[in-house]
Design a protein around this ligand. Structure first.
Ligand SMILES: *Cc1c(COP(=O)(O)O)cnc(C)c1O
Length: 230
């Protein structure tokens, strides 16, 4: 089932990217495995998935030793400063940086472990009150501040769009995130890249790819519904 699901997601990525081979697509697939058992992750791995997304530090640190070491782990959920030390040398990309205090903490822990950490800035484009992430007009100032940190490297932006039965309604948010990335890119801030746009989930990733996503984060569409009551 998991393999079939991945195949159909990859087919949509190829179709939306106008490519015959998934390796030629600018948009990469992150399998979001939160709440799912390691056996499910292994199935996805055996199919060929190497990018996995988790949203909790504890779950991530429990799963890492159980899985092969050529995986690129993406932290996609809200990160508390006191948890940074557990993951800073284990993750490939942190998608959810939304404050200078958090970025500073990542820099401190990265220096202790002598690593460089790639991050995205999380933007609350849809201005949802319940969500983490910066308001659009705060992003440039934060990027400028974070760019001065030696061991933290900004690679782009991330957003979580609201759930909408009609995913077409989220197109405007994806477009805004892309526009913001282009504006920041044109500022030519030293050490700052705007190459990655992490946007699109099970419900709306085809639209996100049309709007320039380079990382879609797909959970339910690969592993099935999550059950938080177990
Ligand atoms: C859970 C989660 C996803 C995946 O959501 P699905 O709708 O199951 O694809 C993507 N991004 C973030 C930040 C998440 O927390």
């Amino acid at each position: 089932m998991i393999a079939e699901n991945i195949l159909s997601v990859e087919n949509i990525i190829k179709e939306k990217s106008n490519k015959d081979d998934i390796k030629d697509c600018k948009c990469k697939l992150i399998a979001v495995s939160k709440t799912k058992p390691v056996s499910a992750l292994k199935e996805a791995y055996d199919y060929g998935i190497r990018d996995f997304g988790e949203n909790k530090v504890q779950e991530l640190t429990e799963k890492i030793p159980e899985m092969p070491d050529d995986i690129r782990w993406h932290l996609i959920g809200h990160l508390q400063r006191n948890k940074v030390k557990y993951i800073v040398d284990k993750v490939y990309l942190i998608h959810s940086v939304d404050s200078l205090r958090l970025a500073n903490q990542i820099d401190v822990e990265a220096k202790k472990k002598n690593v460089n950490v790639n991050i995205l800035i999380e933007v609350n484009v849809a201005k949802e009150e319940s969500k983490f992430g910066l308001m659009t007009d705060e992003v440039k100032d934060l990027v400028l501040e974070i760019s001065k940190l030696e061991n933290v490297h900004i690679k782009g932006l991330m957003t979580i769009a609201p759930y909408d039965e009609n995913p077409e309604n989220n197109r405007v948010y994806f477009r805004k995130l892309k526009e913001l990335a282009l504006e920041i890119d044109s500022m030519n801030i030293p050490e700052v890249e705007m190459t990655e746009l992490s946007m699109g989930m099970t419900n709306d990733y085809p639209i996100a790819i049309e709007e320039g996503s380079t990382y879609v984060r797909v959970g339910t569409g690969i592993f099935g519904e999550r059950n938080y009551n177990i």
